[in-house]
Design a protein around this ligand. Structure first.
Ligand SMILES: *Cc1c(COP(=O)(O)O)cnc(C)c1O
Length: 360
């Protein structure tokens, strides 16, 4: 069966060369005589993979020396809970910018055991636009935002302004390393890798070292950033498979030329699709122009029946994964780093065919 063109929002398409390399090494990793998934996480072979993944992240994103790179589990969803437990002091408030489904989940998790403040929200627009500049509470523990709203299809083109001395925290689950990222502006950035960087199971956390030891004393060690940092991300068995494949994706990103090159490529792909939707007589974008995501293009064919017909034409053309999130409906094309140009070519052909059929 040939591989289809996959526009899924996550888990999502990975570079084919990475998948081929990974499958070869499942039976025998390099010259070790042991498969990639069968090595002890305490052994030399895995230690090399983990060190290489960290070194590549540091090079790719120009990570400052005082930021630690942690390899954790539990997805972005566990970070929603770990973040306030680690960074918010007793009686302190945590500020959130609400720009979509995932920032709502993040603030919900923080609200269960402490004070939160909505610093800005675009909920009144149905999240079709980005919120206005945040209005902070007094001395908040941090200001949290979601850089790319995977479901709504909006993306911050630059980090929101944070007051001096207020740590800026970013959920970058669906756009980490799709473009350069200014880590000097942030104290904590986290991402589940399954959208843009690797297979599900791994969460990358970039955290400024001075924020590591702020956790409440009652917090179990497994939930403390400090415990994971002290153990070099080996506090317990790490998700070895996801780390193994993510290291290959990071290698691939460096071979492509790094984050500047990826940013140009991602923008060019998104522009092609948005331009075609703008020019279309039968499709419509569902997001304000200034807020458009370069990762997730959210659009509609005008009615649920028309969306379903569009998806059927996609299927016939070997294009899958375009059904919009159940909370929004419509259509969504995800254009993460590994999305090949040929996939966009094929999707544009489907749009031509759909338009001809609908208006003819
Ligand atoms: C997918 C996603 C999440 C949730 O990730 P899990 O790994 O399922 O916990 C959170 N935030 C953003 C921006 C996402 O895209």
């Amino acid at each position: 069966m040939p591989r289809l063109f996959n526009f899924s929002a996550g888990p999502a398409v990975l570079p084919e060369s990475v998948l081929a390399h990974a499958s070869q090494h499942l039976l025998c990793l390099g010259e070790t005589g042991v498969g990639a998934l069968e090595h002890s996480h305490r052994g030399d072979a895995f230690a090399e993979i983990l060190a290489s993944a960290e070194a590549r992240i540091r090079r790719l994103a120009d990570v400052p020396d005082d930021i630690d790179v942690l390899f954790l589990q539990g997805g972005a969803s566990l970070q929603f809970a770990m973040l306030p437990a680690n960074l918010r002091g007793d009686g302190q408030t945590a500020d959130y910018i609400i720009s979509g489904h995932w920032s709502q989940k993040a603030i919900e998790a923080a609200r269960t055991n402490g004070l939160v403040h909505v610093a800005a929200s675009s909920e009144d627009s149905g999240f079709r636009r980005l919120p206005d500049n945040p209005v902070s509470s007094t001395q908040p523990a941090y200001l949290h935002y979601t850089s790319n709203n995977t479901i709504a299809g909006t993306q911050f083109s630059a980090p929101p302004p944070a007051p001096d001395n207020i740590p800026l925290v970013c959920d970058a689950s669906s756009d980490l390393f799709s473009r350069p990222l200014d880590l000097n502006l942030h104290d904590l950035v986290y991402a589940g890798v399954q959208k843009n960087l690797g297979p599900a199971g791994l969460t990358v956390v970039l955290i400024r070292r001075q924020r590591l030891d702020r956790a409440r004393r009652t917090l179990p060690a497994i939930l403390r950033y400090q415990a994971h940092a002290d153990a070099g991300s080996l506090y317990h068995t790490p998700p070895v498979f996801s780390i193994f494949v993510t290291e290959l994706v990071l290698r691939w990103l460096e071979e492509q030329g790094g984050l500047q090159v990826m940013a140009q490529r991602n923008r060019a792909q998104a522009d092609r699709l948005y331009d075609r939707i703008d020019a279309s007589t039968v499709l419509e974008g569902l997001v304000d122009r200034e807020a458009r995501s370069l990762m997730n293009v959210v659009f509609s064919a005008g009615s649920p029946a028309a969306d379903t017909r569009f998806l059927a034409l996609c299927q016939q053309a070997g294009v899958v994964g375009l059904r919009g999130h159940r909370s929004v409906g419509g259509l969504r094309a995800s254009l993460y780093n590994a999305q090949p140009e040929a996939a966009v070519d094929r999707l544009l052909e489907v749009i031509d065919a759909f338009e001809a059929e609908t208006s003819g």
